[in-house]
Design a protein around this ligand. Structure first.
Ligand SMILES: Nc1ncnc2c1ncn2[C@@H]1O[C@H](COP(=O)(O)OP(=O)(O)OP(=O)(O)O)[C@@H](O)[C@H]1O
Ligand SMILES: Nc1ccn([C@H]2C[C@H](O)[C@@H](COP(=O)(O)O)O2)c(=O)n1
Length: 241
């Protein structure tokens, strides 16, 4: 007798088949409940993960990026990641193997290799649980920064907007020198400032142009006082909500 002939009807065959299916589903379910970590790993690969929302904040040295970021955080609740602050913290960390290298780049107004900076930014983003929205201040500052971002973060983050704070070299210098009276920053001196401004013009401006082509840049004059500048910032951010 062939295996089909043991069933008296097609209905009987279908009944037997459903019973077998149910049995194996039950078996699978039981296996899953015994291994919850496997289930959560499976689910995490199936569920689409939300991308980070990112605003890049650029502008000359001393143009007021950090000042505006503080205001944005207070009103809109982004997490502020200053590439410069992250690098300064890394430089101050006695266990870091990159401290001396970072010091050299900062004092000479040059841009630290992106392998170092992107790791600091990525870790800070991954360690943030309160929000998905980040203000990344002072990054990307050159092509190396941009390439590193594209390679490591492009599939994890969406750049919603680039805020570009515009201020003349003379005014940036005056503000950086005034800040230098109390900041303790090793680059708030005329010699470092001059180098930083050259780096801004030669290396950062092409990055702003790159995002301009993608229609992502809003340039805001940083000449008025902080509160007036912030009014213009709010116009941009209110439209992003
Ligand atoms: N709109 C403004 N008008 C006058 N002074 C300002 C304004 N914005 C910021 N400042 C002052 O200018 C100095 C530089 O500002 P801030 O540190 O925000 O600049 P930054 O662009 O973040 O600089 P850097 O790139 O060097 O870190 C600070 O002392 C700050 O208080
Ligand atoms: N993407 C970056 C940002 C900053 N640095 C270094 C070199 C800068 O002159 C310095 C200070 O940065 P700031 O506080 O002005 O944003 O930090 C860098 O190498 N790469």
């Amino acid at each position: 007798m062939s295996s089909y002939q043991q069933f008296q009807s097609v209905e009987h065959l279908l009944c037997w088949f459903s019973f077998k299916l149910l049995g194996s589903a039950q078996h699978t379910l039981r296996a899953f409940t015994r291994h919850p970590s496997v289930v959560s790993r499976l689910l995490s690969t199936m569920a689409p993960t939300a991308k980070y929302n990112v605003l890049f904040v650029l502008g000359g040295p001393g143009a007021g990026k950090g000042t505006q970021c503080e205001k944005i955080v207070a009103k809109y609740g982004y997490v502020h990641l200053s590439a410069g602050d992250l690098l300064r913290a890394e430089r101050a960390d006695k266990t870091s193997k990159n401290g001396d290298l970072i010091e050299w780049y900062i004092t000479n107004g040059a841009i630290v290799p992106v392998e170092i900076t992107i790791e600091l930014i990525k870790n800070a983003m991954e360690n943030t649980t309160s929000t998905n929205s980040f203000l990344i201040d002072g990054f990307p500052r050159n092509k190396d920064n941009l390439d590193g971002w594209t390679k490591i973060m492009d599939d994890k983050a969406e750049v919603k907007q680039v805020l570009n704070f515009d201020l003349s070299e003379e005014e940036c210098l005056a503000r950086a020198m005034k800040r230098g009276e109390t900041s303790g920053r090793t680059d708030d001196n005329v010699e470092s400032f001059k180098k930083r401004f050259v780096t801004f013009k030669e290396s950062t401006q092409p990055i702003i142009d790159h995002f301009e082509v993608k229609n992502l840049v809003t340039t805001i004059s940083s000449v008025p006082g902080p509160d007036e500048v912030f009014v213009e910032v709010c116009k941009v951010l209110d439209n992003l909500q």
